[in-house]
Design a protein around this ligand. Structure first.
Ligand SMILES: [Zn+2]
Length: 408
């Protein structure tokens, strides 16, 4: 039975190759054309740590990690949100100082590569970058702990070009509950609601990835603009607390928002999650190996974490997860709320990538897989990036309205 299926697969591929429909990398001419004429946006990428800790430069092709200019070009990644991240336990002035250093490091990369990169802060600037043949670089702050409970700091981040903020990371912030910590604020505190309102005024997208379900609903009630999940997947397929339930996805979409599917294997695959849970020693072994390679260098840990998990999978210690699992999550969300509310938030350079989606150069495979599933070209363009551009445009419109309302 197995042999028969394999035989058919090889034969079908050979036929397509002969017809010139598909090239050796499995991407059809139609998919290539569609993918490379679309604006592809990735709303969550953790490469920033590498700029600081690893003195990493985006210019040359790198053997490690998932992101550099050559591979972004190969995958037609047109706009990328670099995450400003540190653990939730870093708070107060230290968190602000480290966030500013990361923002500076992203801006320095843009300054160093003016032919390839341009800072973008609006949907129109992303389209303009595309016209100029450049990659739009954007920034999102991943965790409300980095504003040190100060709206002035939030405004400064906005002024430096940050265009979204995730309200928490894995721990609670001083004013919002996380999905992976014990609730302290019953969702958003009164100050947390002020943060959301100020983000609306500033034109920053409120990012509900990582927050608790109650925080999510408080945000929906408070925000005047659509919000998004910059890197979350579907809880119905993989029961992780920071994935979204079907009802949450519907409620997010009803407000005009977008779920940007996260590629991390532990958020995509229940089988992978169960295997990790069944053997807690594996996680310790992975951590020990990463520590051995990296010490306390966070950038190295992020990249080597992916490598070590891959080695454990190859050794048969953890189940293999393929990139088609990403497609499963996209399809699940599309069936719930339509293609207008689903997008891509990889978590590249900060998580364990599935086989076949090791880096940004592999992105055309998503277009290929969606075409094969029968998705229309316009639906695919929405998913690849147009949905994010629409949310940004809407957030900008609300910001203008609120700004002018305040002047009266
Ligand atoms: Zn995250």
């Amino acid at each position: 039975m197995r042999r028969a299926i394999l035989g058919f697969g090889l034969c079908a591929t050979a036929t397509l190759l002969m017809a010139g429909v598909m090239t050796a990398d499995g991407i059809s001419d139609r998919a290539r054309k569609l993918h490379f004429s679309s604006i592809v946006v990735d709303t969550h990428d953790d490469t920033t740590q590498r700029f600081l800790d690893g003195k990493f430069d985006l210019g040359p092709r790198d053997a490690n990690g998932s992101i550099d200019i050559p591979r972004m070009r190969e995958g037609n990644l047109s706009a990328i949100f670099f995450s400003i991240w540190m653990p939730s336990k870093v708070t107060g002035p230290e968190a602000v100082k480290r966030a500013l250093a990361q923002i500076d490091s992203v801006r320095e990369q843009i300054r160093r590569h003016p032919d390839a990169l341009v800072l973008a802060t609006t949907a129109a600037e992303i389209r303009e970058a595309r016209k100029q043949g450049k990659i739009a670089a954007l920034m999102g702050v991943e965790g409300g702990h980095m504003i040190a409970s100060d709206l002035g700091v939030l405004r400064s981040y906005a002024a430096l070009g940050v265009r979204y903020m995730t309200l928490t990371h894995s721990g609670n912030s001083e004013w919002a509950d996380s999905s992976t910590a014990k609730a302290e604020h019953n969702g958003l505190s009164p100050f947390g609601k002020d943060v959301v309102r100020e983000m609306n005024r500033l034109g920053m997208i409120v990012d509900i990835s990582h927050v608790s379900d109650k925080t999510f609903y408080d945000v929906l009630e408070t925000s005047k603009a659509p919000v998004f999940a910059s890197h979350s997947s579907c809880r119905a397929i993989c029961d992780a607390a920071r994935n979204m339930t079907d009802q949450m996805i519907k409620d997010l979409a009803a407000k005009g928002g977008v779920i940007q599917i996260n590629y991390h294997v532990g958020f995509l695959s229940q089988e992978f999650r169960d295997a990790e849970k069944a053997n807690p020693q594996i996680e310790k072994d992975i951590q020990a190996e990463v520590n051995k390679r990296c010490g306390d260098n966070e950038a190295c840990q992020l990249v080597q974490g992916d490598n070590v998990v891959r080695e454990f999978v190859n050794a048969g210690k953890l189940p293999r997860v393929d990139y088609t699992k990403i497609i499963e999550h996209i399809d699940h969300a599309v069936k719930l709320v339509g293609a207008e509310h689903v997008g891509l938030g990889s978590d590249f350079d900060g998580a364990m990538m599935p086989f076949g989606m090791e880096d940004a150069s592999k992105l055309p495979k998503i277009t290929q897989a969606l075409l094969q599933k029968g998705y229309s070209e316009s639906d695919i363009r929405w998913i690849l990036g147009e949905n994010t551009l629409r949310v940004m445009t809407e957030v900008e419109r609300v910001s203008r309205e609120l700004g002018s309302a305040q002047k009266k």
